[in-house]
Design a protein. Structure first.
Length: 652
């Protein structure tokens, strides 16, 4: 093998000079490379300049990348790092240099305060507005905004804010001037004014609307006119209905002449013209007229056409019945479907030219119908739409009339959307009723008195019928309403509970409570009646002693003393009494009463069970009697009548 040794690379010392700083607008510079040792006379060094780091938006130019001197131009603000490599045959060296380009020194300019609008004018009842100062400019940036009210009518608080946009509320009529002062990053300030004029509220005259002209045909001789479409800018109107001068000789009965709704009856054939005069709170009036034409009777009954017979084969369990081919000589007002036989079916409604009455919902409000204006009605429909989660345009009002003197009846229908049937009246009423209960009935502008379907649809738990007037269930005999569900559940009338079961359950509850109370009373009495008793001595009587002992029943009157028996078995001696007293202590009056009270009755002539225990006669009291002649003391024993008690455990 032949080993070749490579010549060693000689290291060159290369310097590109000190770091360079340049300030715009100067953007060009030259960099020079110095090498030690210098090149030999017959050779030269090869240079290679490279840019290692530079700013992100660098767009400069480099000239002479392979020469000793590098020229840089069009530099932008930032830090540049260059590397130069020097090579010669058998020699190599590297050098580095940094170039920093600083931005051009800035001469601060004052900010420019700009407000928008410079002048504005508003009128009550609009009492709030905004003034925008965010368009203010500066050569660097605006760091602070300050608003100050320098002129204006007397108010509780002056407007002061430190935000780009000034928000004003609670304004009163008058002229206002506000100054905006802006401050830039160098502390320079500038200000500009803004003027605001607030006018008093203008009261426009009301607009009367008596509704469109109406045509009715006998025998119908009554109609209702609605003037609640009348409007005013302050929403406070009074109404007055009257016959126009050309109809003064007409016969008609009018009810509600000072309310928005006029009810007419007893009308005859001919033309009636009525005028509605509305007056606002400032006394301004406007009048509108409406004509009612009563035509003679000429009507034929309609012809109902429910469509062809249909037959379904399970599992297909639904179909559509079309009554659109029904006809009348004038106009069909309503359609009503009713099941006559066979099994229960569900009703579905597609795009047909009529509306089901069973889907109508009735809302009774605690407000007089004369106080409900058109604007308030629209507000009420929007609130109902929010509760039901539908658009107010999906709610169709079918009728608004007086329920009674202090209540208003609103009948409406909720559409299911374009090309879809209306929502079920029962589900709409149920949902609205629950939402009102959760909202504590304060969500609507008027308090809701009742929410239900126009046609009563309660199934009454299959144990009753629904009353169409009261919208409540009339239960069958032996059935009653579940008041827990009616009061605390879904609030629907029902007939769920059996009277028999409720009676039994109530009786068992009463018995259980009475038993519990009786047990508690007995336990308390037993604790109180525990009294210490002394031990009594008993002895079995012999047969002849039973015959000689006569038992006397207790008397309510004065007891007569009886002769003391001769048998010592029936008496205690003094020593016995002393021993008893030593054992049990003196007896109290209560203890004596327990001894004297008969336990199980008494028997005369000693007749009783074979084994009986007779309590010994206790010496209770020793009566001292003083005899005048002899001064002798006679001890008489006051006795008690013994009782015969049968004991279950004999004593021997």
């Amino acid at each position: 093998f032949v080993l070749l040794s490579l010549p060693a690379v000689r290291e060159l010392v290369v310097s590109a000079g000190e770091s360079v700083e340049v300030t715009l607008p100067r953007s060009d510079i030259e960099l020079n490379a110095f090498v030690v040792p210098p090149p030999k006379s017959e050779t030269t060094y090869a240079f290679d300049w490279r840019l290692i780091t530079h700013p992100r938006d660098y767009s400069g130019e480099m000239e002479g990348k392979h020469s000793k001197t590098l020229k840089l131009s069009k530099l932008t603000v930032g830090l540049y790092e260059f590397e130069v490599m020097v090579d010669e045959e058998g020699a190599h060296g590297e050098g580095y240099v940094n170039v920093t380009v600083k931005p051009e020194p800035r001469v601060n300019k004052c900010p420019v305060a700009v407000v928008s609008p410079k002048f504005q004018e508003i009128s009550l009842p609009t009492s709030s507005t905004v003034i925008d100062g965010s368009q203010s400019t500066d050569d660097d940036k605006v760091v602070a905004w300050h608003w100050e009210e320098v002129k204006g009518p007397l108010r509780e608080e002056k407007a002061i804010a430190d935000t780009p946009v000034l928000t004003l509320t609670g304004l009163v009529p008058g002229n206002y001037t506000f100054n905006l002062t802006v401050t830039d990053s160098d502390g320079a300030k500038n200000w500009t004014p803004s003027t605001l004029l607030v006018n008093k509220a203008k009261d426009y005259p009301p607009v009367a609307n008596a509704g469109p002209n109406q045509v009715i045909q006998l025998p119908r001789n009554s109609i209702t006119l609605y003037g609640n479409e009348s409007t005013d800018d302050h929403d406070s109107l009074s109404y007055e209905w009257s016959l126009s001068p050309e109809s003064k000789d007409k016969v008609v009965e009018m009810q509600g002449v000072r309310t928005p709704i006029l009810q007419l009856s007893a009308m005859q054939e001919g033309d009636y013209t009525f005028q509605l005069t509305v007056t606002d709170s400032a006394g301004q009036q406007e009048t509108a007229q409406v004509t009612v034409i009563v035509q003679p009777e000429n009507n034929k009954p309609p012809v109902a056409d429910a469509g062809p017979e249909k037959e379904l084969t399970l599992p297909v369990d639904r179909t559509t019945l079309d009554g659109g081919k029904s006809r009348d000589d004038q106009k069909i007002a309503t359609f009503h479907w009713k099941q006559t036989k066979l099994q229960s079916v569900r009703w579905f409604l597609q795009s047909v030219p009529y509306i089901w009455e069973r889907d109508l919902v009735e809302l009774v409000l605690e407000v007089s119908v004369s106080q409900v204006s058109h604007r308030q009605r629209d507000m009420l429909l929007r609130q109902v739409g929010v509760l039901l989660g539908v658009l107010d345009s999906d709610i169709t009002v079918r009728d608004i009339s007086a329920f009674n003197e202090h209540s208003t009846r609103l009948v409406f229908l909720v559409s299911g959307g374009p090309g879809r049937p209306p929502l079920s009246g029962h589900s709409v009423a149920f949902s609205l009723r629950n939402k009102l209960r959760k909202q504590k009935n304060d969500f609507l502008i008027y308090k809701a008195r009742r929410v239900d379907t126009v046609i009563c649809q309660l199934n009454c738990s299959s144990h009753g019928e629904c009353d169409s007037y009261t919208r409540s269930c009339v239960c069958q005999p032996f059935w009653m309403e579940n008041f827990v569900r009616a009061q605390f559940g879904d609030a629907e009338s029902n007939c769920e509970w059996s009277v028999l079961y409720v009676t039994i359950a109530s009786f068992m509850i009463v018995v259980a409570i009475a038993t519990l109370i009786w047990g508690m009373v007995c336990c308390c009495n037993r604790r109180k009646s525990k009294v210490r008793r002394s031990k009594s001595k008993y002895k079995m009587l012999e047969a002849d002693e039973q015959d000689s002992l006569e038992l006397h029943p207790p008397r309510a009157a004065r007891m007569k003393p009886v002769p003391a028996p001769t048998s010592s078995a029936l008496m205690h001696s003094d020593s016995d009494l002393d021993s008893d007293e030593g054992q049990g202590g003196p007896w109290t009056e209560q203890e004596r009463g327990h001894l004297l009270r008969p336990q199980n009755g008494s028997l005369r002539n000693g007749q009783g069970p074979h084994r009986n225990l007779v309590p010994l006669i206790h010496e209770e009291k020793l009566i001292d009697t003083s005899i005048k002649e002899g001064n002798e003391k006679t001890n008489m024993l006051e006795t008690c009548y013994p009782t015969v008690t049968e004991t279950k455990s004999p004593l021997y």
